[in-house]
Design a protein. Sequence first.
Lengths: 268, 349, 276, 276
Amino acid sequence: MSNMINSLSNMRLLDDLARKETFIHRIHPLIKLLTTVVYLTVVVSFERYEIIGLLPFIFYPILIFAFAELPVAPILKMILLIEPFIIGIGILNPLFDHSKVLFGGIAISKGWVTFLSILIKCSLTVTASILLIATTGMDRFAVALRMLKIPKIFVLQILLTYRYISVLIEEVSRMIRAYSLRAPGQKGLKWSAWGSFAGQILLRTFERAERVYQAMNLRGFTGEYYTGDIAKLSFKDLAYFAAWSLFFIIARIYNIPVLIGSLFTGVI
Amino acid sequence: MMHMADALISPAVGGTMLATTAGVAAYSIKKLQNELDEKKIPLMGVMGAFVFAAQMINFSIPGTGSSGHLGGGMLLAILLGPYAGFLTMASILLIQALFFGDGGLLAFGCNVFNLGFYTCFIAYPFIYKWFTRKGITSKRIFAGSMASALVALQLGAFSVVLETLLSGKTELPFEKFVLLMQPIHLAIGIVEGLVTAAIITFVWRARPDILEKAANEEAFGNISMKKVLTALSIAVVVVGGLFSWFASANPDGLEWSIEKTAGTAELEAPDGIHETLSEIQSKTALLPDYDFKASENEKTAGQAENAWPAVNAGTSVSGIVGGALTLALAVFTGWVIMLIKRRKIKTTA
Amino acid sequence: MSHHKIEVRNLYFSYPDGHKAIKNMSFSIYHGESIGIIGANGAGKSTLLMLLMGVYFPDGGEVLVGDVRVTKKTLPMIRQRLGMVFQDPDDQLFMTTVYEDVAFGPRNYKLEEEDVERRVMQALEKVGIPHLKDRAPYKLSGGEKRSAAIASVLSMQPDVLIMDEPTSGLDPKSRRRVIDLLKSFEHTKIITSHDLDMVLETCKRIIVIKKGEIAADGTAVDILSNEDLLNSCGLELPLSLQKCPVCGTSKGKFGYIHEKIVVDKEAKKELRLTRE
Amino acid sequence: MSHHKIEVRNLYFSYPDGHKAIKNMSFSIYHGESIGIIGANGAGKSTLLMLLMGVYFPDGGEVLVGDVRVTKKTLPMIRQRLGMVFQDPDDQLFMTTVYEDVAFGPRNYKLEEEDVERRVMQALEKVGIPHLKDRAPYKLSGGEKRSAAIASVLSMQPDVLIMDEPTSGLDPKSRRRVIDLLKSFEHTKIITSHDLDMVLETCKRIIVIKKGEIAADGTAVDILSNEDLLNSCGLELPLSLQKCPVCGTSKGKFGYIHEKIVVDKEAKKELRLTRE
Ligand SMILES: Nc1ncnc2c1ncn2[C@@H]1O[C@H](COP(=O)(O)OP(=O)(O)OP(=O)(O)O)[C@@H](O)[C@H]1O
Ligand SMILES: Nc1ncnc2c1ncn2[C@@H]1O[C@H](COP(=O)(O)OP(=O)(O)OP(=O)(O)O)[C@@H](O)[C@H]1O
Ligand SMILES: [Mg+2]
Ligand SMILES: [Mg+2]
């Protein structure tokens, strides 16, 4: 339950962040979406034993964090929340693969290497998705989807779902608050109240959702969200996309850290 | 129900599934546009939000020590009908991928398919509908929800196994993974069935109009269903075949496509750079054993020990040193930018 | 303009659970009229407004807006003319910032972005909340939400303004602002409220509803000073027509001022209200 | 009983987005006092009540209820004594029928079912809605919901009653009923409201909040008749202390009655209010 309320406040934090006005925020939403997709594809395309080669990809999130003036701590917290899940799957690797490999003179199990690789990939991909929304926001993201010719009805569906998630979680948290105030001695919900709770929430949200939708209709809504001016693609946007893509591709083809490292160790 | 993560799939699998899902979604949208009424739009949104919230409640599965959460696909299918249900599932998963990195943009297709397709297009029409074909009673709701949830989750779980293995990112042997996933999802399926039945019964009592509307949606002729399925399997075979062809010819489909694009006129430069660089590389041997050939090893990585990309003490050391430097540089850059920005804010303020 | 006329003929409405909320209502509202709809809790005021707006459809009878019957087909046309503020502002605010919310209506009419901005700022100023424009609606206090909800309808510049308890939850200053705004609105307006003093100030005609039926329909002054009628409908005299605490002892001087002293005995003593 | 004392010391609170809602508030409330908390929209009234109830926890300072500090640990104990009615009644009702909802609190105290029933019916009668007892809360009208919310707290028979705008949305009869109920409640009560007439009737002491800080703390009469203070805090004189429409012309007889005529010129004319 606190889970749910946490995620609501996380969503709202991202909403707030998306309203900042930095150079990253002003990049066209479609470009940011495409850049993210390229990034994800490249990161994921690394084979399962790769660790070192993945490291340069951390530049992308770090630069976005810095340029978009995003707070590091709360977003890191969100990312860490996902990790246990990945660990849950990745942790099986060391169990199944005991074969050893020499790495920097130390023998380690290959299972651990793949595990680490998954962990890094996961952190990078999750961060990239979250940064996308934290610098774009749901409304502008929807504009990007529309430009990709995703049908109106689906985009609307996403926006409404997004909107109703707050309505619903709010409804839940209010009910829980009211409950705990009138059941002071109890910890959590009594199981017998669960059924009526879930049903109530559903019905209340039905009714509320209908009213919200009506309110939208009453204000001339016809299925298309207009979100003010979204500028056309500019040269800056294209340059942004090109620069990042170039970087990703080079970092994919050449193992930059090894390159730096051997230069360095060679020099020494 | 388990979500696939970006980190666990290969671009080939992710791409195939994304294409497949897009096909099903497009079909659903077309179907839906013909019969969409006013009340359905908010209802889809609400149910999406409801399932979204429900997926956040984790429950422990007795006897296994692991935990799971609801998929909600059956609930959506029954309350909204298959097309709207599928689309709603897709929007839930997209929001989760964006805001929580749960699942992911690349794994989006896999997740929608695993959670949405089997429930809305297999379990709902063939199982749930069969149970309730003679009208709705609470017993039939129960039996139908239970049976369809169980089947849908088993299919979904198996699908997760296949996608993971095809992606080759984990070490899990097939049988062990199957033996792990299927029983867990049996347990989750039971809970899912119970919850679905309870909620459907509740809604049926309180707002029978909602259920009737979904059930009466007659668009679901068997012929069209068959068409979808054939089209779908052809698509899977074709797309999957294509992807896996170039994936095996060139394990990283990306590099293949990069070379392709690099060959075209606009992007001539990278190709040149690439060639000169690899020349330099082979001459200076700065990058021992790390070139395209290494990836050939990957193809057989699962089977042979020598598949391990050659690692010797030299590269490892330079790798570790280089890695540390890269990280330090990245963090330093970020820090400097932040400092400069902060200074700017101060001076302007 | 005859098309601002709103006519309700033999209206019936039951909620899905069978609760009969509106029973055989008929009345007409002409262009430029200001109508107050009053009645006890649960009388059916909000339900009636929903029927006028075509949010619900009647089980019997009909609603005509300017000779056009409210049906699913005619809805888009009709709704361009009517603007409604819901009783619960949470139902009305659905965008991520107050600005976006107030801009939602004008943008749907495909106005130029600068016109949109002008309208939004105008509406926000009218209700006195320009400082809240970049806040998220769910972070507002109860009264701030209501003001934002009102602004979101004003920005659409409707021909007919329908408001369900517009002043509830507002602080006295904001309430005064809404009253002034209502007074300055020249087109038709329909307002429900339990704030009878506000109704007295802003409406010329009043319809009293009791258990889903019309109990009275007449001028504001006639109705709001008819204590027996109000009492029988779960209402009270407006405070401003109740006996004055100062000249309180001169009871019954005017026919419509009876009993009830608002400031209670004790407080009065402390005020040292001695009649000079 | 000293344990009914509520003390607030140097309280600070910011919402997660950084909005500073409460800044350095301190005051004490003794047993049996009736406190009105007033202030403009967004002043911080609801936030303050949430802090008293331990729904939020302060960033600085502390809240003491009968010498016990409000913390996560002491919450269960403290909440047994305090009963709160929220600003939005939807926040309060969560069971399937009104009866179940009102019975929820008493049942948690493991009372006998007949005692529960007695308490429930008593509470419903006090707010005048026994006829709604089998209805589903989400299907009620706005005012009916508020009455049900109040009943659900009354049935718990708390030592301290905290109400956030208890009369908003209520029809005049129900409002009167709530006022009578508040007057008859002997223990400590803390009420926020924009209905200053209600506050004047039910509270002896008033705390005025302005932008998260205490602007004034004193007797109801002193504060509610101080027009300058009220004006500077976004408030107005209560209607019952504003100039009376009847003896309106005798302006300024008492220091605290100035300007504002509530019934507007026109209505007044129609009322034929001639001074005799
Ligand atoms: N969704 C619903 N389902 C069933 N009954 C309802 C529903 N909404 C309202 N009612 C009932 O219909 C009647 C009229 O409700 P309505 O909301 O119109 O009252 P109202 O006059 O606006 O009251 P208030 O002054 O309290 O807002 C009430 O008795 C209420 O209980
Ligand atoms: N969840 C929230 N997040 C951020 N700010 C909030 C939140 N809730 C309220 N606020 C802000 O805190 C301030 C105090 O709000 P509060 O609800 O306490 O006001 P109030 O005095 O009860 O007003 P009202 O009379 O309108 O109910 C307001 O400025 C409001 O915008
Ligand atoms: Mg109402
Ligand atoms: Mg408040």
